[in-house]
Design a binder for this molecule. Sequence first.
Ligand SMILES: [Zn+2]
Length: 108
Amino acid sequence: MDCKEFQRMIPGFLADELDNYSLESFLTHMEKCKNCKEELTIQFLIETGIQRLEDGSTFNLTDELQTTTNDAWQRLRVRKRLLNTAFFLQIVVVAEIIAAIVLAIGLR
Ligand SMILES: [Zn+2]
């Protein structure tokens, strides 16, 4: 992913609308690219900060962004695990069908 692409995806990231693949490349790019992390921090401030100011609650921007990023990684891991589980279950089902067919043939 290049920086242009990253910046185009920031609103999607903040709204948690990225798919697994995009989210992973987004987070990976952010960890490598200082400029993009800065850009994300600014957009995050605009998105979250203004809302917090309206709420009248105090916040620590760096902590909040870190939490948001950690949450995103966490979500990505969970989603991937779910995908793996779904894939594994499909294999189990196929294996059971094959076993049933073999059994049925054997019984004839
Ligand atoms: Zn970049």
